[in-house]
Design a protein around this ligand. Structure first.
Ligand SMILES: [Zn+2]
Length: 148
């Protein structure tokens, strides 16, 4: 219950940030006039932020589908040919540093697949946004302060 509440607060914060991004002025015009992105960087920035804003729900973690044998030698999973247990669709994610695993039914996995895909895309886009932002501030024309 506590974890669910925390997760929803976190996702509404993310939604707010994404909402702000859609309202953002091109770059931060006027505020950082010494740091002007190239036309290409500006276009990339708009592309990434637009895609982020349109992404929709994201489910973190990864899903592994497994079949397996149990420990009972007489079980049909040890027969020849074997009838393996499963498939088990095991969804694993980190909650407050701990790994949480949940089994999904076949139709749950089918329903959630696009949300897992969205999360993977989100991580890629965030990484691209960070790299782009780093590249843009490299264009800062001001002298770097010295350590002295
Ligand atoms: Zn078995």
């Amino acid at each position: 219950m506590v974890a669910a509440t925390r997760a929803s607060v976190k996702s509404s914060a993310t939604a707010f940030i994404l909402w702000q991004m859609t309202r953002a002025e091109p770059w931060i015009a006027g505020k950082l006039e010494e740091v002007e992105p190239t036309k290409r960087q500006q276009a990339k920035l708009e592309q990434i932020t637009a895609e982020l804003a349109a992404l929709g729900p994201c489910l973190p973690g990864s899903v592994v589908v497994r079949t397996g044998r149990c420990g009972k030698a007489a079980c049909s999973c040890h027969h020849d040919p074997p009838r393996l247990h499963g498939p088990f669709r095991s969804w694993t994610r980190k909650v407050a540093g701990k790994t949480v695993t949940r089994l999904l039914s076949e139709d749950q996995l089918a329903a959630y697949q696009s949300l897992f895909d969205n999360h993977r895309r989100l991580k890629t886009l965030v990484h691209e946004l960070e790299e782009l932002s780093l590249a843009i501030i490299e264009r800062d024309r001001r002298r770097k302060p010295s350590r002295r």
